[in-house]
Design a protein around this ligand. Structure first.
Ligand code: SF4
Length: 297
């Protein structure tokens, strides 16, 4: 990742980001519950992490209705692992009646039956249904130490099932995958995906957030990784998720999908009340700005 040049103001002042427009709403639909326990997960999701519980279909529906009134244009679903939520298919059906939907999944729960249901939902909507599948290596040797024993093969099965029903997921890889940020690394990854039957593979590479489990795997943030004193112009603000989105959870609305473990990032109980400026005083904000992290697809 190329680092942008940071222009600094006097130390102590953090840039304030206004909500420019509420383009996207994220749902932490599975809470922090996941079938995997990845060693780089920035919210330490796991089969036993109940910091955030799953959302019900009725809770999602209420926020969808509110979002419709606010002119939201796209919806994202994350966790934890969204497909652990038994109401995920009906939730997607509701969402696709009012806008495009994207699900961030590890791919393992995607059975042939679920792939078929997703394909039918996609075909029956005037809006797009995107699946984003996370992998962290070119093979089991590189992926499994991060995502868990046997996970590479299981993820590929999920990817293959989507390909069989004509869905072309976006494959998401973090920089925990050695070399993937280089051109040669990207080309190597695309080769792996073509071999899976994805003739036009789509790859999204994400920088690491040095918090949650990742803080223990490699390192926490260092003191210089802060936006204290940094000036952000409109172009820089436009690239930040918090300028255009909000994250709905069981515990209320947060500024973005990244900061849910920080009570200060909880803005309100409703989307309408959450449309306020936010000060970028968290180290993760440094990653968003300096490394160009974008949660959106
Ligand atoms: S972590 Fe990123 S998206 Fe969240 S408030 Fe900070 S800059 Fe914005």
């Amino acid at each position: 990742m190329n680092l942008v040049q940071l222009e600094r103001r006097p130390i102590g002042a953090y840039p304030q980001v206004p909500l420019v427009a509420l383009d996207s709403v994220w749902f932490q639909v599975a809470g922090t519950l996941c079938n995997l326990e990845c060693t780089h997960c920035f919210i330490s999701s796991s089969p036993t992490n109940r910091s955030f519980e799953m959302m019900t279909e009725a809770e999602v529906a209420a926020h969808l209705e509110e979002a419709r009134g606010l002119g939201v244009r796209a919806y994202y679903f994350t966790g934890g692992e969204p497909f652990l939520n038994k109401a995920m298919v009906p939730i997607l059906a509701r969402t696709l009646a009012q806008g495009p939907a994207c699900v961030l999944t590890n791919g393992i729960p995607i059975t042939a039956r679920l792939a078929g249901e997703l394909s039918r939902l996609s075909a029956g909507s005037e809006y797009s249904l995107e699946l984003r599948i996370s992998i962290d290596g070119y093979d089991a040797q590189s992926n499994d130490p991060i995502r868990g024993e046997g996970s590479f093969e299981k993820i590929l099965l999920g990817v293959g099932r989507l390909a069989e029903v004509g869905l072309n997921p976006v494959i998401t890889v973090t920089e925990a995958c050695e070399g993937v940020a280089s051109r040669a690394g990207r080309l190597k990854f695309l080769e792996v995906l073509r071999a899976l039957g994805l003739s036009q593979p789509r790859l999204k590479i994400l920088p690491l957030l040095r918090m949650g489990a990742e803080e223990k795997r490699l390192r926490p943030y260092q003191a210089h990784e802060t936006l204290a004193g940094v000036e952000l112009d409109r172009a820089a603000i436009d690239k930040l998720e918090c300028g255009h989105a909000r994250m709905v959870t069981k515990k209320g609305v947060y500024v973005c999908p990244i900061l849910i473990d920080h009570p200060g990032a909880r803005l309100a109980a409703t989307l309408t009340e959450s449309l306020v400026p936010f000060g970028l005083s968290y180290s993760a904000c440094y990653t968003c700005h300096a490394e160009g992290l974008s949660c959106a697809t």
